[in-house]
Design a protein around this ligand. Structure first.
Ligand code: HEC
Length: 214
């Protein structure tokens, strides 16, 4: 994690530099710089931004690891083998990445395959909001919640790759009826199909302990 901390600090420092430069060049005549400088601390540590930097990095790393494993499993034994692999290994892999990064990573969904990944009421509302934002052409921004011992980072998981549709796409189109039946043997209450590219598939939910941020 040392490397991540260095990069993270780099982003922070760059952020401050960029911020100061733009303030200097603005020179808005209506502002009174003397009083502003007294009340505004030079370098405020914005916790929410820091959590977002960490959350995005963790989500990206987890996504890469999971995608690589799915691609490898499909190559080794086809989609059915990959389903068995995901069934046995997806959440354990996510848990081991959590441990190594000192956070707690989960993927939750309103239309989940594994019941262990069900979104709660708050998360379902957030997913609804993200779906509306995407429909309106807006960029869905991550959300940070302050909880007792740390922060929860949420960001939407949007289906971008045709690969995802092999197992989450429309039945009879991208998801073959045979594979759909096979999936039901492992996940009898599966509702993670009939998705399209651009759909919100669920959320990254990443708990970041306080001591990792301050
Ligand atoms: C080989 C089939 C396969 C492919 C390809 C695949 N998934 Fe999945 N996906 C699964 C299975 C099986 C699970 C359930 C894993 C478990 O038991 O935790 C799952 C679970 C998920 C979950 C967790 C929520 C839930 O429904 O349980 C998300 C989010 C998800 N997949 C997104 C994606 C995205 C995005 C892609 C493309 C990058 C993708 N999947 C590609 C089979 C696949």
């Amino acid at each position: 994690m040392k490397k991540a901390v260095v990069i993270f600090m780099g982003v922070l420092i760059f952020g401050f530099v960029a911020c100061e430069t733009s303030q200097e060049s603005e020179q808005a005549p209506s502002q009174t710089p003397e009083t502003k400088e007294e009340t505004t601390p030079k370098a405020t540590f914005n916790v929410e931004d820091s959590v977002k930097v960490i959350g995005k990095k963790v989500a990206m790393a987890t996504f890469k690891a999971l995608s690589a494993e799915v691609v490898r499993a499909i190559r080794d034994g086809g989609p059915q083998h990959a389903i068995k692999y995901c069934n046995a290994k997806a959440n354990p892999l996510v848990d081991s990445i959590s441990k190594s990064l000192g956070v707690k990573i989960a993927r939750v969904s309103h239309r989940r395959r594994n019941p262990a990944n069900s979104a709660n009421a708050y998360e379902r509302e957030l997913i609804k909001k993200y779906i509306e934002q995407l429909k309106a052409g807006k960029n869905p921004e991550p959300v940070v919640l302050n909880v007792d011992t740390g922060y929860i980072f949420y960001a939407p998981i949007v289906i971008e790759k045709p690969l995802c549709l092999t197992c989450h796409g429309i039945v009879g189109r991208e998801l073959s009826p045979e594979l759909h039946e096979f999936i039901k043997q492992y996940y009898p209450t599966d509702s993670a199909y009939n998705f399209r590219t651009g759909d919100v598939r669920g959320l990254w939910k990443i708990f970041v302990p306080k001591e990792k941020v301050s």
